[in-house]
Write a protein that binds this ligand. Structure first.
Ligand SMILES: [Zn+2]
Ligand SMILES: [Zn+2]
Length: 105
C-alpha cells in the first residue's frame, strides 16, 4: 500500500493519460510503481547454462582396487557380451590412473 507523502492518506489506483497512476484526493499523483515492478520480473527466457569445467566420467564410482596403482575407487560399467544369455561383464576404470580392467569374478 502506498500513502500520500503530502497528506498521509491512502493513495488510490487510477488511470491518467492511459498510464496507471496512484492518486490522492488532495491532488497528488505518482506512477503506479507496483505494476511496473511486476513487469520487470518477467523472465528474460535465458536458461542457465552450467559450465562444465572438469571432465567427469559419467560412470558411477565403486570400491574396487586398481591392480596397477592400488587406488581403491574405480568407475564401473557393464557390457553385455555377444549372447544375451551370457552374464554382463563388468569393467572398471581406476579413478586415479585411468587403468581399465575387467571383473572376472
Ligand atoms: Zn494527499
Ligand atoms: Zn589405478
Amino acid at each position: 500500500m502506498l500513502f500520500c507523502p503530502k497528506c498521509k492518506s491512502l493513495l488510490r489506483p487510477g488511470v491518467k493519460d492511459s498510464k496507471r497512476v496512484m492518486s490522492c484526493s488532495c491532488g497528488f499523483q505518482t506512477a503506479d510503481l507496483s505494476k511496473a515492478k511486476v513487469s520487470e520480473k518477467v523472465n528474460t527466457g535465458e536458461p542457465k547454462i552450467e559450465v562444465i569445467t572438469k571432465e567427469e566420467d559419467p560412470n558411477p564410482l565403486t570400491e574396487a582396487e586398481c591392480p596397477k596403482c592400488g587406488h581403491n575407487k574405480a568407475h564401473y560399467w557393464l557390457i553385455q557380451t555377444r549372447a544375451a544369455d551370457e552374464a554382463e561383464t563388468k569393467f572398471y576404470k581406476c579413478e586415479k590412473c585411468k587403468h581399465q580392467w575387467r571383473d572376472y569374478t
